[in-house]
Unconditional design. Structure first.
Ligand SMILES: NC(=O)c1ccc[n+]([C@@H]2O[C@H](COP(=O)([O-])OP(=O)(O)OC[C@H]3O[C@@H](n4cnc5c(N)ncnc54)[C@H](O)[C@@H]3O)[C@@H](O)[C@H]2O)c1
Length: 342
């Protein structure tokens, strides 16, 4: 038996339970989980909002950001070994769709998420298809391994467009926006401006990366552009707030022919002034998850090559103190909260 965090009832909260250690199939591995990150998605599940109630089966062990060590191999598994430290892709894909058969695994329409649709990683043990395992090099410790999933969202979004020498606007200084800012600097953007309406988040952004933090409740982006001597506007926008006003400001402050990658998820339908997008000839790309496994390859290479996102982890707690961790995340002012299962 093992300790796990479960959505046991269709109401607010998560509960610590004792559950059977998962049995693995011939193509799976069993992972002893060491560290997990709490994601915004886990907060939706905790809060049991409309999306969670529509999406998450009950009971379910939640959690999808993890690092650990392989302790058992299914009989068909090759190329991995017991004792291997790893993280892993939490999107479980089908292999039959056109996109999947073309090798574009992240676009498979049958994708299911661990901790959302399938048993998750907030547990001492996790069953994962061996295909999804990402081995960790020694340079990446367990707490960084536990936040590769959201770093992967940041990397996938940031690398959607060429950022070398470009002026980049990131709206939303949540953990993912802040990590995207660090990535944009790492790959050679010129100015990286990050906006939020929460001063604590902007302070954290400035600690993690060499960025220009802007509180859009107090400062106008037009003034910021003038201060940075930008002639026309930002070349690339990374939308990471899900906020309608932030997207409007982004469109307003982009150059003609600018490019936008959208990661932030608006709470429902939101109005968009499409004519402005058309007349500015803006390219928009929606971003979901991580490219499997190109994003993983790139982010591990960047971490080995000096990308430092550790300061985005603001809280480290034993897994038994999960309720405190969720409370901190629900405050909306923390960086990443990492739970220790070892
Ligand atoms: N597409 C995907 O695959 C995927 C995966 C993970 C997360 N997400 C989404 O990406 C976004 C970022 O994730 P996160 O965990 O960093 O979220 P978060 O909620 O912690 O951060 C969002 C930030 O946006 C800020 N914000 C609110 N209004 C703003 C405004 N007008 N201008 C600028 N900033 C504003 C908030 O204060 C907050 O700090 C969220 O919308 C999340 O749902 C998408």
């Amino acid at each position: 038996m093992m300790k796990a965090l479960e959505k046991s009832r269709p109401e607010v909260g998560l509960w610590q339970v004792t559950a059977p250690v998962p049995e693995i199939g011939p193509d799976d591995v069993l992972i002893r989980v060491r560290k997990t990150g709490i994601c915004g998605t886990d907060i939706h599940i905790w809060n049991w909002d409309d999306w969670a109630a529509r999406t998450v089966p009950v009971p379910l062990i939640t959690g999808h950001e993890f690092a650990g060590e392989i302790v058992e191999l299914g009989r068909n598994v090759t190329g991995l070994a017991v004792g291997q430290r790893c993280s892993g892709e939490g999107h479980l894909i089908g292999r039959d769709s056109r996109q999947s058969r073309a090798g574009k695994f992240h676009l498979d329409p049958a994708t299911r998420g661990i901790g959302v649709n399938e048993q998750g990683a907030f547990a001492e043990y996790l069953r994962l298809p061996s295909f999804n395992v990402v081995p960790l090099p020694d340079a990446i410790d367990d707490e960084i391994g536990a936040i590769l999933d959201p770093l992967g969202n940041a990397v996938h979004t940031a690398l959607s467009f060429d950022l070398v020498g470009e002026d980049v606007l990131i709206t939303g200084a949540g953990p993912i926006g802040i990590m995207a800012a660090a990535v944009a600097r790492h790959v050679g953007a010129r100015h990286v401006v990050i906006t939020d309406v929460n001063p604590t988040r902007l302070e954290l952004a400035a600690k993690v990366a060499d960025v220009v933090p802007v509180n859009v409740a107090q400062e106008d982006l037009g003034d910021v552009k003038a201060r940075l001597k930008m002639r026309e506007g930002f070349d690339v926008g990374l939308e990471m707030s899900g906020n309608q006003q932030a997207l409007d400001q982004m469109v307003e402050n982009l150059v003609m022919g600018g490019r936008i990658a959208l990661l932030g998820i608006p709470p429902g339908k939101s109005p968009v002034d499409w004519s402005r997008i058309v007349f500015k000839a803006i390219t928009i790309k929606g971003v979901y998850g991580r490219e499997i496994f190109e994003t993983w390859y790139k982010m591990i290479a960047m971490l080995e090559n000096g990308l430092n996102i550790r300061p985005v982890i603001t809280h480290r707690l034993p897994a038994d103190d999960f309720a405190q961790g969720f409370e901190i995340m629900r405050s909306g002012s923390s960086g990443k909260v990492v739970l220790d299962w070892s």
